[in-house]
Design a protein around this ligand. Structure first.
Ligand code: APR
Length: 229
């Protein structure tokens, strides 16, 4: 079976990485508008760099949780692609081999002049760190108000899904949330989230209202059942 999985911040919550919309629009104590928009970058580069440097350190200290590990294990029986909105690397570290990062990665920097110049990084990005063409480096993250270059590839992958599994996303941010409409009409959809996201206009969804760690066990039972039919 081809299983396509859309994940969001909720799958990393049990690894100690805070979700975005958990506390009144604050993200790890910051207002999203101050740190995750292109305007924020223009206004205060130092603050934006500091925010992502902290997120990178936080992600490095975190370990994949049972939700990530169960997803990676699905590859033993199925062809699995993970499309994640997360910028951490916990899916890869759990062993998932096909991961599409819709919103970029904390572990890449890119040129502000030439977006094709992308560099692997482990440490901080600082003011004055430059690309080979001499311009400031920024996190290779898709901010609010920016295009999502991977969305077309993600939509093509989703069209091929025999099962579409959604884990830990509020389904509020587009175009990622719109991927659900790229599934075939007959493709079963399973949602794992302790707070049922509002998914309008799509019928026949299997909702599992639990955390990723326990909810994934139930999702696997449903997948086993569906793959027998
Ligand atoms: N297991 C599964 N789901 C959980 C858990 C958990 N342990 N804890 C919380 N959740 C759910 C919440 O109920 C919520 O529906 O995870 C979801 C997190 O939603 P958001 O914080 O909105 O995160 P996400 O959907 O990934 O945000 C999308 O918005 O800020 C931007 O670019 C950023 O990629 C991000 C995008």
């Amino acid at each position: 079976m081809k299983i396509v999985v859309l994940t969001g911040a909720g799958i990393s919550a049990e690894s100690g990485i805070p979700t975005f919309r958990a506390s009144d629009g604050l993200w790890a104590g910051y207002d999203i508008n101050d740190v995750a928009t292109y305007d924020a970058w223009r206004k205060d580069k130092e603050l934006v760099l500091q925010f992502y440097n902290e997120r990178r350190q936080n992600a490095k200290q975190a370990a994949p949780n049972k939700g990530h590990l169960l997803l990676a294990e699905l590859e033993k029986k199925h062809e699995v692609t993970v499309i994640t909105q997360n910028v951490d690397d916990l899916h890869e570290r759990a062993g998932s081999s096909k991961v599409v990062h819709l919103h970029g990665s904390l572990f890449e920097a890119r040129s502000t002049l030439d977006e094709r110049l992308v560099y692997d990084i482990e440490g901080d990005i600082l003011i004055g760190d430059k690309c080979e063409k001499g311009s400031q480096l920024r996190p290779n993250i898709v901010w609010f108000g920016e295009a999502v270059p991977m969305i077309e590839k993600a939509a093509e992958i989703t069209e091929e899904a025999d099962i579409f599994l959604i884990v830990g996303t509020s389904m509020l941010v587009y175009p990622a949330a719109g991927l659900i409409h790229s599934t075939k009409q007959e493709t079963p959809i399973i949602v794992v989230d302790p707070n049922k996201p509002d998914i309008g206009g799509v019928l026949g969804i299997h909702f599992i209202e639990e955390k990723a760690s326990t909810g994934m066990l139930k999702a696997i039972e449903i997948i086993d059942q569906l793959s027998k039919n």
